[in-house]
Design a protein around this ligand. Structure first.
Ligand SMILES: [Zn+2]
Length: 442
């Protein structure tokens, strides 16, 4: 069984040229589905909803909702209004602002501290609405503070250089973007983003020590006091780590090196650049990449985050759901992010899914897999050539894991039941990869 992640979204089905339902002539008899205005407020957090979103146990006169705050259990600080220069780009109707919103993903990549490691699935790209579709695992990557020799700096490295040099490098890498907007955004990031100071501070420390085993560790939790919603300071998130063995820290910490790290590849015998993967349980996971959505470096979700009102842990799913609901008093850069908003949603979905997979992996005994694990299968084969040391750990995905083989098999059976009931079906959409996956595990 494979644990490789596959992310497919329903948009890909309706946008696929194989799915021709949208091309049918409009039938005047089709009823119009109107959700009405999104003006119903949650009685607990006052987020706006459509009435259709209410939980079934509440009445039409006193509707209640769960998707925003879990009926008052989740509460997060209001996002700050962006700096006025960035705010204008989000709301103005000028050519510069329109260009910014159209290319916001590229502007964000030009300013981000970390890169996005992902395979974008372009097979579903169509002339219709923009789709951000990925295949495989999604991760954020961080390199050293200084670039490789004879390589131009990028991402966080650009915050170490002086403004003029950094601007020149950004222009050389983003020739299709507005130079005026790049300069404006760079100034906003340098003036307001918390991590600009932190990275420059880390660079100064590492440059003074200038030893290969000295690193800076960005801690996972920004402070431990009731001011948890405040921005972390440089002293709170940075720890000098003189050598890997003296202080192990948390496995989710971000470790900053002064110079590039390499690892030997046994296949080609060469040394390859080593990039650190940012754990999605780190509070800087989102603000280091989505810098235009969190221009001040506001803390994101981290494992152990608790609601100050209930002292209950907040999951990443709850945190994301809360962030993408609108309030009358909040200017949300996230909801105005257009394609960057799409990327953020896919990123959060992937992170939630990876957290769920990690939980499944640690709960295998509870899933009754001891009778099914690969080791016993191999022994039962009585094959003398089986090298038990080469066997990996088999992970069983329960049917509650959306997109897993058990879930796909159940969906396949549901589809067959529907086809059997209605008999005359118009179209049967078969995704070869998923159905093959399901058939292999039936
Ligand atoms: Zn609410």
């Amino acid at each position: 069984m494979t644990t490789k992640l596959n992310y497919y979204f329903f948009l890909n089905t309706v946008c696929s040229p194989l799915f021709c339902a949208a091309r049918r002539p409009v039938d005047d008899m089709l009823p119009v589905n109107d959700l009405g205005a999104m003006n119903i407020q949650c009685p607990f957090c006052h987020a706006f909803h459509w009435i259709e979103e209410q939980v079934s146990s509440s009445s039409m006169h006193n509707p209640e909702f769960e998707s925003c705050c879990q009926r008052g259990k989740v509460k997060l600080p209001t996002l700050r209004v962006p700096p006025v220069e960035l705010y204008n780009l989000f709301v103005d109707d000028s050519p510069q602002a329109r260009d910014f919103r159209k290319n916001i993903v590229h502007y964000n990549a030009a300013m981000a501290f970390t890169s996005l490691g992902v395979n974008i699935d372009r097979s579903f790209l169509t002339p219709g609405p923009p789709v951000f579709c990925i295949h495989g695992e999604l991760k954020h990557l961080s390199g050293s503070l200084l670039p490789e020799r004879n390589v131009n700096p990028s991402y966080a490295q650009l915050y170490i250089y002086d403004s003029h040099a950094a601007y020149e490098f950004r222009v050389s890498r983003n020739g299709n973007l507005s130079l005026q907007t790049l300069l404006l955004l760079q100034q906003v990031m340098r003036d307001y983003n918390l991590y600009t100071d932190i990275y420059q501070h880390a660079y100064e420390i590492l440059r003074i020590y200038n030893a290969p085993d000295y690193t800076i560790r960005l801690c996972v939790v920004p402070g431990h006091d009731p001011r948890w919603y405040n921005l972390p300071s440089a002293d709170e998130v940075g720890v000098i780590l003189p050598g890997e063995n003296q202080f192990q820290g948390d496995y989710r910490d971000i470790i900053l090196h002064l110079r590039p790290q390499y690892y030997p590849n046994s296949r080609d015998g060469r040394n390859h650049l080593q990039l650190q993967r940012i754990n999605e349980g780190h509070s800087a996971y989102c603000p280091l990449h989505y810098v235009l959505l969190f221009p001040f470096g506001e803390s994101g979700w981290y494992q152990g985050l608790k609601s100050p009102s209930t002292s209950k842990s907040i999951t990443l799913l709850q945190h994301t759901a809360y962030r993408i609901h609108p309030w009358a008093w909040e200017f949300s850069s996230i909801l105005r992010g257009r394609r960057l908003f799409q990327a953020y949603l896919v990123d959060m979905f992937a992170s939630i899914d990876q957290e769920w997979l990690r939980f499944i992996r640690t709960q295998q005994l509870r899933l009754w897999v001891t009778m099914l694990n690969g080791l016993e299968d191999a022994i039962s084969m009585s094959d003398d050539h089986v090298d038990l040391n080469q066997l990996g750990e088999r992970v069983i995905l329960p049917s509650s894991y959306i997109g897993g083989p058990c879930d796909m098999h159940q969906r396949y059976l549901d589809a067959m039941a529907i086809a059997r009931y209605f008999k005359k079906i118009d179209i049967f959409f078969d995704d070869d990869r998923e159905s093959q996956l399901a058939r292999n595990h039936m």
